[in-house]
Design a protein around this ligand. Structure first.
Ligand code: HEC
Length: 420
């Protein structure tokens, strides 16, 4: 099935014809005026029909309510690409809208956001694709101990579904064809002579053959306990389907999966998800993306406990909290107007309020080793590793602030929740 749908492909006409004629089967876009998820949940609508072949144009979406979810640039951990780091440092949040449908066996989420052009990953590595991902907590029975938002953490696994707008991806190992692993880095190995101004270009032929072999679609499921421990889940083990439709300067992305499989059981009817989008034009890739915090999804009417726990912010004094943060945290962390810490010494906390729950911030403060942010490199800062290894357990190098009075903790959390 073709998963990347653009205006023209849907109706089988060139895009220009669609704009000119203004008729034919219409390509819908959806209203982005939605209620804010910060105060509630994504409430799914039950449908009688089949959800096994969903995309954004399905009529069933018209009856679903939409919820706004803010996604913030992920700054916690930088990359080795300084240009991307700088771009992300200045980036603002992206508003996405979400609709949800379910029936007895499946749940379908549609996420839509503005992105005025489509980017596709090229066969060379200087172009990046757009993409979206939905992350689920494998266990969310204790809402105060949800996985680390950036791809889970030790003993708190997440399941992630990822769809990218790659036109063709080729995985030599998946296809058992290692000869194709030769990449553009070995350009000199290809004969690129020119005959009568036309390149006999072996490299081009190579690209063509790879494109012909490649998957037209890049969609994957992962289980992860931190971003360096991702394992792909093969399709036989989890039933899901994703698609991205681009129309009207928007992406409309849909993920449909079983309510229950051997990896994830969502049948309690109330579960957290986190959303991520990548903008290829901005060289987004891997960890460089826009990411939401945990947001509750409700299938049917629930008691709202999960929503309450995820969205709760302690009543605290933000000004007093900032003073405490400057005094206790700014030596290691960058946040707000605090720039004294050396970059890379500790996670950047500038977006922590948009991505972390209060419970997570509290736990990080009083028990830093409960969730250890892995960092892209343990030795990212030459003099200060983020964690030490005790056997194979990670122990945070951050001191515990369990000695702070409860009011002081509340003030700090109230302050950090404002950072986004
Ligand atoms: C001595 C350096 C140091 C100090 C001081 C420090 N931290 Fe940290 N902090 C770290 C390191 C290193 C990590 C990454 C390892 C981990 O997750 O524990 C971290 C992680 C965190 C995280 C998790 C970040 C994320 O992206 O999930 C939070 C939240 C946090 N610290 C809050 C605080 C607060 C609040 C204070 C002050 C009360 C503070 N830290 C003081 C070094 C420090």
């Amino acid at each position: 099935m073709k998963k990347l749908i653009s205006n023209a492909a849907i109706i089988g006409l060139p895009l220009a014809a669609l704009i000119m004629s203004g008729c034919g089967p219409s390509v819908k876009t959806y209203d982005s005026n939605c209620n804010d998820a910060a105060n509630g949940a994504i409430v799914a609508t039950k449908v009688a029909g089949d959800l096994s072949d969903m995309n954004a144009m399905a009529a069933a979406w018209d009856g679903a309510q939409c919820t706004s979810v803010m996604l913030y640039p992920q700054k916690t951990v930088g990359t080795n690409d300084q240009a991307v780091n700088e771009m992300m440092a200045g980036a603002k949040g992206v508003k996405a809208s979400v609709k949800a449908l379910y029936n007895d066996s499946k749940v379908s989420l549609m996420v839509y956001w503005n992105d005025n052009d489509e980017s596709f990953q090229g066969m060379t590595s200087d172009k990046y694709s757009d993409g979206f991902a939905v992350q689920f907590a494998q266990n969310s029975s204790d809402a105060s101990k949800l996985p680390y938002i950036g791809m889970g953490s030790d003993k708190r696994p997440v399941i992630i579904y990822l769809q990218k707008t790659t036109k063709a991806t080729f995985e030599p190992n998946g296809k058992g064809d290692h000869a194709m692993q030769r990449a553009d880095q070995s350009v000199e190995k290809f004969n690129q002579s020119t005959v009568d101004g036309v390149q006999t270009d072996e490299l081009k032929k190579f690209h063509e053959s790879v494109t012909a072999l490649g998957d037209k679609d890049y969609q994957k499921a992962f289980i992860a306990e931190g971003f360096r421990s991702t394992t792909e889940i093969r399709e036989a083990k989890t039933s899901f389907d994703a698609s991205m439709t681009h129309a009207g300067e928007k992406y409309m992305a849909v993920l449909t999966r079983d309510i229950k499989d051997s990896y994830l059981d969502l049948s309690s009817g109330e579960f957290p998800v986190a959303l991520a989008v990548w903008d290829g034009k901005k060289a987004n890739r891997d960890g460089q993306k826009w990411l939401s915090g945990w947001v509750a999804v409700e299938l049917g009417k629930k008691d709202g406990k999960l929503v309450q726990s995820i969205t709760e912010v302690p009543k605290g004094d933000v000004v007093a909290g900032k003073a405490l943060a400057v005094e206790n945290c700014a030596a290691c962390h960058l946040f707000d107007d605090q720039v004294s810490a050396a970059p890379g010494m500790a996670p950047n906390l500038s977006e922590i309020g948009g991505q972390a729950t209060s419970a997570y911030i509290r736990e990080s403060m009083v028990n830093p080793s409960a969730v250890v942010v892995p960092g892209y490199n343990r030795n990212a800062h030459p003099n200060f590793a983020w964690y030490e290894l005790a056997g194979n357990k990670r122990v945070s190098t951050m001191p515990a602030y369990d000695w702070l009075a409860p009011e002081q903790q509340d003030n700090l959390i109230a302050y950090f929740k404002t950072l986004k």
